[in-house]
Ligand binder design. Sequence first.
Ligand code: X7A
Ligand code: MN
Ligand code: MN
Ligand code: MN
Length: 305
Amino acid sequence: HSVGIIGAPFSRGQRKGGVEKGPDYIRTAGLIEKLQAQGCQVKDYGNLKLDDVPNDEPFGKVRMPKTVGLANQRLADAVHTVKKEGRACVVLGGDHSLAIGSILGHARSQRDLCLVWVDAHADINTPLTSPTGNVHGQPVSYLLKELQSKIPVMPGFSWIKPCITAKDIVYIGLRDLDPEEHYIVKNLGIKSFSMTELDRLGMGRVMEETSDHLFSKVKRPIHLSYDIDALDPLVAPATGTPAIGGLTYREGIYVAEEICKTGLLSAVDLVEVNPSRGKTEEEIRSTVNAAVSVVLSCFGQAREG
Ligand SMILES: N[C@](CCCC[B-](O)(O)O)(CCN1CCCCC1)C(=O)O
Ligand SMILES: [Mn+2]
Ligand SMILES: [Mn+2]
Ligand SMILES: [Mn+2]
């Protein structure tokens, strides 16, 4: 595997400081060396400089729209560069608002991409339905063509053109949706495997159905957007919006192993690792190590050897 790493130290899609430290904690845990040790050819593109835009006024409940929009514009350019250089792209977050730039940048070179969204949350609030105004709970709404009539013109977001439709995305791990999100997911008929379906079907069947739905008949590049809060807080506590009853470590790794085996993985986001939300060093270590293991499993680490 040829892999490009982009660090996106960004926290302005939500309100809890510390998630901007995610990239460096993941690097310090040895992600790059471990990828190389398992035979990957790795280029580290470094950390993006994602500074606050001065005089950035709220738009309704949404804080710092220009800052969030510009950060994602820069990320989109960086992801496009990695793809042009023929590598699989790994974006280390940073909060999940970064999926806007990551996916739009990816779609510039891979028009028929499909999206596997692993998360406790659907992240599909619009700026108008969001209960918090936090953009990390909204990225999918900016990407879906079906929702464009519901997205207001927002400072810093005018460059964004939706690149996917509801049939191009599968959710895995959902267990904490706002009512408006649930309505949108149902209304658009988005394929989703909540923790209930996971309990009923098991992750093996979930991945089979995900494959059938997205990429088994017609091969297409996969964008895996992996929010560490998909994992149970017992495994990954150092994150901004933990929700109990999440994926086991084994399930979280299995998703990545199966995606790896398709040979179609084109980009992965690993987001929402927030060291400041760990109550102990052990909680931080557990969260960061899980993040590293997920990425290693995306690029060939297999428990079978
Ligand atoms: N849906 C929430 C959480 C978003 C999490 C973003 B992610 O997945 O990137 O971490 C709001 C959640 N909800 C608000 C009311 C009180 C309970 C939590 C939102 O703020 O939109
Ligand atoms: Mn989440
Ligand atoms: Mn998320
Ligand atoms: Mn979060």
